[in-house]
Structures are given as C-alpha cells and as structure tokens.
Design a protein around this ligand. Structure first.
Ligand SMILES: [Ca+2]
Ligand SMILES: [Ca+2]
Length: 100
C-alpha cells in the first residue's frame, strides 16, 4: 500500500531525526490529518467549491446515473444519494439547512 509506505517512510525519517516512535506517530498522524481531513463541502456535488443550483442539477443527474456519484452529493449525509439530497441542497443554498 502506498499510504503504508508513506507512513513507514515518514516514521523512519522522524526516528532518524531523534524522535521516539510515539512522538513520530503523533506528528505524522497530525500531518496526515491536516491533509486528509479537509472537510467535504456537503452539497457541492460538482466539486467546484460552491453550493448552487448547478449542484442540484448534478445530484439529479447522479440519481439518474448520468454522472458518477461524489461524496459531497450526499448533502444530508445519510449514506444515500436521492431526492432528499436535492431538497437538502436547495435548503443549503437558501441558508436554512443547519449542517453538522
Ligand atoms: Ca458546486
Ligand atoms: Ca443523502
């Protein structure tokens, strides 16, 4: 696995710098977390950084299998992409959806 290699390599590098394994792990996980934990913009189905009517259209296309699903299309975060996400995204555009 590439990620394992990256982590192992990172730990080795930090060990060489004189840090203990635990300190290395904490540092590395923090670094990885910063990179990987960029929170999704829920409703931004077309991944352009904005939530607008284009995303509503995109979610409808995803439901119809005309476009591949994206994580962000699951606007209400229930693990499914359906008409509830269309409604949820419209609420987000109107600013009346309280997000997690
Ligand atoms: Ca968008
Ligand atoms: Ca959903």
């Amino acid at each position: 696995m590439k990620q394992e290699t990256l982590i192992t390599g990172g730990i080795e590098m930090l060990k060489r710098l004189g840090l203990g394994l635990v300190a290395s792990l904490v540092l590395l996980l923090g670094m990885l977390g910063g990179v990987l934990a960029d929170p999704p913009l829920w409703g931004d189905a077309n991944l352009d950084g904005q939530v607008n009517m284009a995303d509503v259209t995109r979610i409808e296309q995803i439901i119809l299998s005309l476009n591949p699903p994206t994580l962000e299309a699951d606007s209400n975060q229930d693990g499914k992409i359906n008409m509830a996400d269309v409604t949820c995204t419209e609420y987000r555009i109107l600013g009346i959806w309280s997000s997690k």
